[in-house]
Design a protein around this ligand. Structure first.
Ligand code: ATP
Ligand code: MG
Length: 576
């Protein structure tokens, strides 16, 4: 525990900025820079200044408390990881250019960990040998490295960032499920304690692997993640959402060629035919990992979801115009009827509901209406291919889905035996057999959460910290520092609050009142106490509550006790 000392603004390294770099677009990015919390070192690489670091520590402590409460044990693994471990799991190749790779002086390969499944699996496979030692849950709070293609939005998408990652090892699915539920509950609590408005959503398990996963989304219009949700309780990341889609079939029941000169897009086709876009079928030509051509067919009003598509066609890539020509594919006019030989057809399963399709005729300036699967063409595979969107229908209850945007602050995964099998991490079970561990992994974006909090809690004047992660709880703002009444009164109040365990900033700078007020709002101190000569002479100080803008006069003799109890009450709001 650090000693609670009054923070003196005159000594504090928290330079504020009037101007911020143009690249800072989001409120959180702008305000964390302006309030002297962080500074950019390189693209996606940030330094935390004292105030940013204090808030970050508070978030870490909340995460720690919640992890400790469910019996996960804190460890610290190295950021530097030997390449061999990643070869064992197969991810040295699979992870791609996001993995920061390096070689040491002996030419041995390493990476800077973007996540730690390999490292922890290699740790426990030598130590946990018997079912009697399981389950075990371990976590760390540590810096992670991902060479993101587009680092941006400050701490929200960094190339170096801080994550809490936990890993659990089990002998049964039931045991994994139990811990996964505890973790999920803890993740909800972490969001609540940070004052985040959030929603848990079904997620894709991405690079990490596994089958069951939930993401915790801090709701924010500026968030990069899109989600759909329903009043029945269904909520999912659009990357993962499986939804019901309405498609309209063609009014023609026979294969009918339509002259559509220059009509090479869905929007133009729908307009030309006078039908909605979901009465048309969109075609996308790609090549599989071996370079063989495939055409995806999806409802005209939807987009292909790359993640879903790569599940049916791992490693697929779009065909270039030249490649399309080589395969005899006619851009803007592709359809399943009479495709060139060797081109496979994969169609979205929602199209099964449509008997007669309106599609390209594989001939420039022509489309077909009334194309029927089985009669006019065949489909090699049906799959869920589309990106869900608001307006689609819920598969659980049929209601129309609503949409929202969010910042993914954390995610829990059931990994199963993906890593333990690949890396030979087994234990001896009760029946005397060697079995691979059943694993879960659980990540909280600690530095991203800091930015998410600011993204949700700000106004035109600055940050409005929830007290749980404010760099300090109360600011004391004496209006005249040299004054022999005001200065000692301010110092006395600061000391009294500090002695009562409140975190206090004393703005002892020789600045104009306006500057101090503006800074106090920019820094976002939850409680601000203003001391002026006149007020003190009347035995009063003014308290301002940042979140509501409410002001009250307090008797100076009672101020310390009153403010302490208000701080305690406010803290309690964030611990449930
Ligand atoms: P995203 O989809 O946003 O790239 P992810 O799903 O790849 O994130 P995970 O592997 O689930 O991320 O990592 C766990 C947590 O780490 C995420 O929920 C997020 O809060 C945080 N995180 C991931 N990437 C970054 C990043 N580039 N910068 C800051 N935090 C990150
Ligand atoms: Mg994730």
């Amino acid at each position: 525990m650090s000693i609670n000392k009054v923070i003196k603004m005159s000594e504090l390294y928290a330079p504020t900025l009037k101007e911020v770099p143009v690249e800072a677009e989001l409120a959180s990015h702008i305000l964390l820079l302006r309030a002297g919390m962080i500074r950019k070192t390189a693209a996606g690489v940030y330094t935390f200044l004292p105030l940013g670091w204090r808030s970050l520590h508070k978030i870490e402590d909340i995460v720690r408390e919640e992890m400790d409460a469910i019996g996960s044990q804190e460890i610290m693994m190295p950021a530097l990881q030997p390449a061999e471990l990643w070869h064992e799991s197969g991810r040295w190749n699979d992870y791609g250019p996001e993995l920061m790779r390096l070689v040491d002086r002996h030419d041995r390969g390493f990476c800077l960990g973007p996540t730690h499944e390999e490292l922890i699996t290699s740790l426990v496979r030598n130590e946990l040998r018997s079912y009697k030692q399981l389950p075990v849950s371990l976590y760390q709070i540590q810096v992670k490295f991902r060479d993101e293609i587009r680092p941006r939005f400050g701490l929200l998408r960094g190339r170096e960032f801080i994550m809490k990652d936990a890993y659990s090892f089990h002998t049964s699915q039931e045991s994994l499920q139990e811990h996964y539920d505890q973790m999920s509950h803890a993740y909800g609590r972490i969001c609540e304690r940070l004052g985040l408005e959030y929603r848990p959503v079904d997620a894709d398990s991405g690079q990490i692997g596994g089958k069951v996963s939930t993401e915790y989304m801090a709701l924010a219009d500026a968030g990069e993640a899109e989600l759909v949700y329903c009043d029945c309780g269904f909520a999912a990341d659009v990357e993962a959402a499986s939804v019901a889609v309405d498609v309209i079939e063609s009014d023609a029941t026979e294969l009918t060629e339509v002259h559509t000169p220059g009509i090479g897009t869905i929007a133009a086709l729908a307009e030309f035919l006078g039908v909605p876009e979901n009465a048309t079928v969109k075609a996308l030509s790609v090549k599989d990992a071996d370079g063989k051509p495939v055409v995806f067919f999806i409802p005209g009003d939807h987009e292909l979801n790359d993640i879903k598509a790569s599940r049916v066609l791992p490693g697929f890539d779009l065909l270039s115009d030249d490649e399309m020509l080589d395969w005899g594919l006619v851009k803007g006019f592709m359809g399943p009827v009479g495709l060139p030989k060797g081109v496979r057809v994969i169609a979205d399963e929602s199209l099964k509901a449509s008997k007669y399709w309106t599609v390209g005729a594989n001939k420039k300036d022509f489309h077909f209406k009334g194309a029927q699967c089985g009669r006019d063409f065949t489909v090699d595979a049906w799959a869920d291919l589309i990106a869900a969107k608001p307006g689609d229908r819920c598969k659980e209850c049929g209601a129309v889905l609503q949409g929202a945007r969010g910042i993914e602050v954390s995610q829990v995964f059931q990994l199963g035996t993906k890593y333990s099998t690949a890396m030979g991490a087994t234990y001896m079970d009760e029946d005397g057999r060697e079995k691979p561990f059943i694993m879960g992994c659980y990540g909280v974006g600690v530095s991203r959460s800091l930015a998410a909090v600011v993204e949700q809690h700000n106004d035109e004047y600055g940050i409005i910290w929830p007290i749980s992660c404010a760099p300090a709880e109360v600011a004391i703002v004496p209006l005249t520092v040299g004054d022999e009444i005001v200065a000692p009164a301010a110092a006395k109040l600061a000391d009294a609050l500090c002695a009562a365990g409140v975190e206090v900033v004393l703005d002892d700078r020789n600045e104009r009142a306006g500057v101090k007020f503006n800074d106090a709002d920019l820094y976002g101190w939850p409680f601000q106490v203003v001391l002026g000569k006149k007020g003190i002479n009347n035995g009063q100080v003014e308290l301002k509550i940042r979140a509501t803008g409410e002001r009250k006069m307090l008797a100076i003799d009672e101020a310390a006790a009153l403010i302490t109890s208000m701080v305690e009450e406010e803290r309690a709001r964030f611990v449930h």
